[in-house]
Design a binder for this molecule. Structure first.
Ligand code: PGA
Length: 252
C-alpha cells in the first residue's frame, strides 16, 4: 500500500505574511486528514515562517529547487543543508519551469537528486513531455531519458524516499489536464521502467504523483488510477479550501 502524497508547489507566489496565512488556513482544514501525506512548497524566503506556523502540524514542508553543491559562490542559490535546516522534508527537483527557463538539464537534476538524498531530503523528481513531444509520439522516450538521466548511478536502496512527479508540460498552468487514461498510461510506463531498472520492490514502493492543472473536480478520478499516488498541485494549492478538497480526494 502506497500512501498518497499531495504537495502544493506555490511557485513564485505568496509573500511571507500570505504564506503564513495560507498555511494557517490549510492546517485547520486538514487537521483530521489521515492516510495521506501533505506538503507545501513555498518560495524559499518563506520557508522559515511557514515552518514556524507548521510546528504543531503533520503537513510537511518542501523546497522548490536547490543547488547541488554544499555551499559556495553561487549568487541567488540555496543549498540542501539550508532547506533541511529551514525544516524541509521534500525538495522539488527538475520542475519543467526550471528546465525551460533556467537551463536545468538531466545532468544537473541528477546532481541535485544525489545532494538531496545525502542531506536527508526526499526529492520530488519531475518528468514530463511537451505538447510537441506528445504529438510526435515521443512521450515515453522523453520520460525515459529524464528518468535515466535524473537517476543515473543510483542503487535501488538509495531511492526509498524518492517521489516521481509526472507533469506533462502542456498541462501545467493551462487548465488542460491529461485524461485519467493518458496519465495512467505514463505512470504505468514509469513504474515498469523502475521495475526493470531497480527491481520489483522499489517499483512497488515508488510513489508517482500526477501534476498539471489538478483541481478539486478532477483530483479524485486522477488519483483513483492504480499507478497515480497523489498530486503535485500548482495554482490550485494557493487556495486553502481548494487544496484541502484535493487532499480529501486523495484519501477516498
Ligand atoms: P498547475 O502546476 O497545477 O498550476 O498546473 C503544477 C506544477 O507545475 O507543479
Amino acid at each position: 500500500m502506497r500512501i498518497p502524497v499531495v504537495a502544493g508547489n506555490w511557485k513564485m507566489f505568496t509573500t511571507a505574511s500570505e504564506a503564513v496565512a495560507l498555511v494557517r488556513s490549510l492546517k485547520a482544514l486538514v487537521r483530521d486528514a489521515a492516510g495521506v501525506e501533505i506538503a507545501v512548497c513555498p518560495p524559499s524566503v518563506n520557508l522559515i515562517p511557514a515552518a514556524e506556523e507548521l510546528r504543531d502540524s503533520a503537513i510537511r514542508l518542501g523546497g522548490q529547487n536547490m543547488h547541488w553543491e554544499d555551499e559556495g559562490a553561487f549568487t541567488g542559490e540555496v543549498s540542501a543543508k539550508m532547506l533541511k535546516e529551514a525544516g524541509c522534508h521534500f525538495v522539488i527537483v527538475g520542475h519543467s519551469e526550471r528546465r525551460q527557463y533556467f537551463g536545468e538539464t538531466d545532468e544537473t537534476v541528477n546532481r541535485k537528486v544525489r545532494k538531496a538524498f545525502s542531506a536527508g531530503l526526499a526529492p520530488i523528481l519531475c518528468v514530463g513531455e511537451t505538447l510537441q513531444e506528445r504529438e510526435s509520439g515521443r512521450t515515453e522516450a522523453v520520460v525515459k531519458t529524464q528518468l535515466e538521466g535524473g537517476l543515473k548511478g543510483f542503487m535501488a536502496d538509495e531511492l526509498k524516499t524518492l517521489v516521481v512527479a509526472y507533469e506533462p508540460v502542456w498541462a501545467i498552468g493551462t487548465g488542460k489536464t491529461a485524461t485519467p487514461e493518458q496519465a495512467q498510461d505514463v505512470h504505468h510506463f514509469i513504474r515498469t521502467w523502475f521495475e526493470k531498472t531497480f527491481g520489483p520492490a522499489a517499483a512497488d514502493g515508488l510513489r508517482i504523483q500526477y501534476g498539471g492543472s489538478v483541481k478539486p473536480d478532477n483530483a479524485k478520478v486522477l488519483m483513483s488510477q492504480p499507478d497515480i499516488d497523489g498530486a503535485l498541485v500548482g495554482g490550485a494549492s494557493l487556495k486553502a479550501d481548494g487544496f484541502a478538497a484535493i487532499i480529501r480526494a486523495a484519501v477516498s
